[in-house]
Design a protein around this ligand. Structure first.
Ligand code: ATP
Ligand code: MG
Length: 843
């Protein structure tokens, strides 16, 4: 950005020296040069003025104007110009310098140069190796070309000296000061201008000299430069210069401003970056960091708070470390995050305080369930033991433990076995309430895969912990009552044996560090109180059964059901259906009718449903009445047997034994089923044939065999019984056990089948109110069977009055509730004959 006129030598551009520097150096040299005397100051110029001849050799300059009273280095390269200089140096050294009008013109002729120029003295300085000559010219005075007198070998012209008009006015003084000031500013904007130049300009007090000096060093168009020379009055020259200087300054200042703005733009970007960094720091301080940092921080916090055991915490920290280094978009990121979420949300150290107030617990258990005394007692024992242990812990600690092998056992594992709807699950809830623990329930029905208990390894896509850990997360306590329902329905197949995983969960010796595959760190289950439930015991793997304390719930008698209904089910249904207790009342007979005619079950689930249905009907009536009467006062609805029939429709069950056993050949068997005992009818029929024997009704092998045994016994006793001996030769016999779609098995129908056969062959019907059970031998002995309580209850439920049992089952009658025992007659038999006697009606 040169602001000074590029004093390009007129004849060539090869001069590599900075002309200005050159000038200054040369100027300094000039006075001391012996051969070339340089005129200095006014005086010298004036001296020379007189010598300016009227004819001068004219050197056209390219793109430069040389002013009087100034010195300038020039480089001359063209042969004709060199000749001119050579000639001049030999003579008076005086030449005329005029600018070519067109700087591009290579060899301007007389018409192609300005007519106003400057007479100058020439000092030849040196010849460069390339043939060009560097010279210093010193302007003397303005000249005007009158006429060209020679064109070759160089231009010559007749000239007239035309000095400038100088006025010594205040205006000139003011213009000068102004120009000096402007120049000072200009120089300040152009750092390349040497200080010497400024000194030079400032020390000039001749207005003409100042004008020419500044014009020499200022950047301006050739036209302007020539214009300054041509103006006659110095005042005008100064004015014009002022304008040019101002314009130049403006340009420079604008340039500087643009530059400064560009700089600001730069610093703005930097500033922004800086501010952003600060913002980050502030946000961090405020806890508003970017998502990942936030998440990692949050997890770190949670890990700290989770109270994990050492191993788990170590693992968690390791995973967190990995997480913080992964990009959030990585698939691995969410896997680790989910894992950590699981870890931190488990109740590692969260537990509830046990309420060990035994009296309160007893009250709670009684509040929730009718009867079930054995179980309630067992639970209270558990509480009592726990309470004592806590109380005596201190003393024990001082003593040496005598038993090293066995670690302290927290968990008893209770297993409730019984028919559906007998209150197993709700008992679990009640225990939780009594103890003040949380309750969580997990069904194991249909679980076939070990991984469902113990989880999948984390390496699997979508892996999750197993059901145990999931339930614990849900319940948010490490010592809940944990109910594992339907433990009898745990399956087993190629995916692995869930019961082996369950073993680990339930075994108090092992579950202290239960290792879920997903978590892969141990979780202490020893504080959990597990309760398992199931309908039957047989299907529970024996290893599991061994570890549990089995408590049986065998189903309720009619009386018990009525009590349960009155005390628990009806109040609950009344509440749930938004009725007020005073709006509805069930008569005892009505409840009995619901139990008898609308349900046939060991538990009370259907009973509750039917009672609920009655309540809803009443609720509908109450709502309708209050709508029409526009008031809430409604009468109490008394539910009678008739009302029950009206609300619930036709009875679903009725006493069918009477009509089924009307004809000979049908006997009533008592059967044990997972749902709590039932009755079965065994039908036998005969037809002409040859000793054929058919058995139908989906009977298992054991049952078929006992049918064979029954038949054989009856045949072997045919004579004694009074059966025609040829009968078997000419007949086929068919035994069918209805409800043919239901598989049946077991030996306990033996006596019943024998009885059905005897009834058929003797043509004596079986008494309608008799039910029987017992295994039969070929010798006619009656062997004991299982499930007596359930069978008797079932018989009672369907309305049978007499039950025939094996003699050796007598002790089992103690299990039968008192009221049932009182209502029924029991015949204990150890010979089949006794059974026939009691069961067969007269002909
Ligand atoms: N002795 C009882 N006293 C009061 N209510 C009872 C009693 N027994 C059962 N119930 C009620 O009967 C309903 C069914 O009980 P629950 O669901 O506990 O049966 P369950 O034994 O778990 O059956 P399942 O084997 O089908 O799971 C519950 O509402 C429960 O409160
Ligand atoms: Mg249940």
């Amino acid at each position: 950005m040169p602001s000074l006129k590029n004093n390009k030598p007129p004849e060539s551009g090869e001069n590599g020296n900075d002309p200005l520097t050159d000038f200054i150096l040369e100027t300094a040299l000039v006075p001391s040069t012996q051969e070339d005397k340089v005129l200095e100051g006014k005086g010298m110029a004036n001296e020379a003025l007189a010598d300016i001849p009227s004819e001068l050799a004219i050197l056209p300059l390219r793109n430069v104007v040389v002013y009087p009273l100034t010195a300038l280095p020039l480089t001359v390269g063209r042969p004709r110009s060199i000749r001119l200089i050579d000639d001049a140096v030999l003579g008076k050294r005086m030449i005329g310098l005029v600018a070519a009008k067109d700087p591009e013109q290579d060899d301007p002729g007389p018409d192609e140069v300005y007519t106003v120029g400057t007479a100058a003295l020439v000092h030849r300085l040196r010849k460069a190796p390339d043939g060009t000559v560097v010279l210093l010219v010193q302007g003397l005075e303005r000249i005007k070309i009158r006429e060209f007198t020679q064109a070759e070998p160089y231009l010559k012209a007749e000239v007239e000296v035309t000095p400038d008009f100088v006025e010594d006015t205040v205006e000139v003084e003011a213009l000068m000061r102004n120009i000096v000031e402007l120049f000072r500013r200009l120089v300040a904007l152009v750092p390349h201008i040497p200080d010497e130049l400024i000194m030079l300009a400032l020390n000039v007090d001749d207005p003409r000299q100042l004008a020419y000096a500044i014009a020499t060093y200022m950047r301006m168009d050739l036209d302007d430069a020539q214009g300054i020379l041509e103006i006659d009055e110095v005042t005008e020259k100064l004015r014009k210069l002022t304008i040019i200087l101002n314009r130049e300054l403006e340009v420079l200042e604008l340039g500087k401003k643009i530059q400064a703005e560009a700089q600001t733009e730069m610093t703005k970007v930097q500033r922004e970056y800086f501010l952003r960094e600060q913002l980050k720091a502030i946000k961090k301080e405020l806890g508003e960091e970017d998502e990942q940092t936030l998440e990692v921080e949050e997890l770190r916090q949670k890990i700290e708070e989770a109270g994990m055991p050492e191993e788990a915490e170590k693992e968690a920290r390791r995973e967190l470390d990995r997480l913080s280094k992964l990009p959030t978009a990585a698939a691995e990121y969410s896997v680790i995050r989910t894992y950590l979420d699981w870890l931190v949300s488990l109740p590692w150290s969260k537990s509830t305080e046990d309420n060990l107030d035994i009296a309160r617990a007893r009250r709670v258990l009684d509040e929730d369930h009718y009867d079930l005394d054995d179980i309630k007692e067992r639970i209270l024992e558990y509480l009592a033991v726990r309470k004592l242990r806590l109380e005596r812990k201190k003393e024990e600690e001082e003593e040496e433990p005598a038993d090293y092998i066995r670690s302290e056992r927290e968990g008893v594992i209770l297993c409730f076995i019984g028919p559906p709807g007998t209150g197993k699950t709700s008992l679990g809830r009640s225990i939780a309430r009594a103890l003040g623990r949380k309750f969580v329930r997990q069904s194991l029905g249909g679980v076939r895969d070990e991984a469902e208990i113990r989880g999948h390894r984390r390496t699997y896509i979508g892996a999750l912990p197993g059901r145990i850990i999931q339930a614990l997360r849900r319940v948010e306590s490490r010592n809940p009552i944990f109910m594992l329902d339907e433990i009898d329905k745990v399956g087993q197949d190629w995916r692995g044996d869930p019961s082996s995983a369950l073993l680990e969960v339930l075994d108090p010796e092992q579950n202290r560090d239960f290792r879920d595959h997903y978590l892969d760190v141990p979780f202490d289950l020893s504080q959990v109180m597990f309760i398992t439930t199931g309908n039957v015991l047989d299907t529970i793997p024996s290893a599991l059964r061994d570890r549990m304390e089995i408590l049986r719930l065998s189903g309720y008698t009619e009386e018990e059901k009525i009590k349960i209904a009155q005390q628990y089910l009806i109040p609950r249904q009344v509440r749930e259906n938004s009725l007020l207790p005073e709006e509805i009342e069930f008569s005892k007979e009505a409840i009995r009718k619901v139990v008898r005619d609308y349900t046939r079950e060991a538990g009370v689930r259907n009973l509750e449903r039917e009672l609920g249905s009655v309540c809803r009907k009443v609720a509908t009536e109450v709502a309708e009445v209050s709508e029409s009467a526009d008031q809430q006062i409604s009468e109490r609805t008394l539910i009678t047997e008739e009302k029950v029939a009206e609300f619930l429709g036709k009875p679903r069950y009725f006493f069918e034994a009477a009509e089924r056993t009307e004809i000979p050949g049908v006997a009533t068997a008592l059967a044990w089923t997972p749902t709590g005992g039932d009755i079965l009818f065994i039908e036998a029929t005969k037809m002409p044939g040859k000793k054929g024997f058919t058995l139908t009704g989906q009977l298992g092998d054991v049952m078929k065999e006992s049918a064979q045994a029954a038949l054989s016994y009856v045949r072997s006793k045919a004579q004694e019984l009074g059966i025609d001996e040829d009968f078997f030769e000419e007949s086929d016999i068919h035994i069918h056990v209805p409800a043919g779609a239901m598989p049946k098995d077991g030996p306990s129908a033996g006596v019943t089948m024998a009885t059905a056969l005897a009834s058929l062959l003797l043509d004596r019907p079986v008494r309608a109110d008799v039910g029987m059970t017992g295994e039969i031998t070929l010798r006619g002995q009656v062997l004991p069977v299982g499930g007596i309580k359930e069978k008797v209850l079932a018989a009672h439920r369907v309305g049978l009055k007499t039950v025939i049992l094996p003699q050796r089952n007598e002790p089992d009658l103690d299990d039968v509730p008192e009221d049932v025992r009182k209502e029924m007659q029991f015949i204990l038999a150890d010979k089949v004959d006794q059974v026939f006697e009691a069961a067969l009606a007269e002909q």
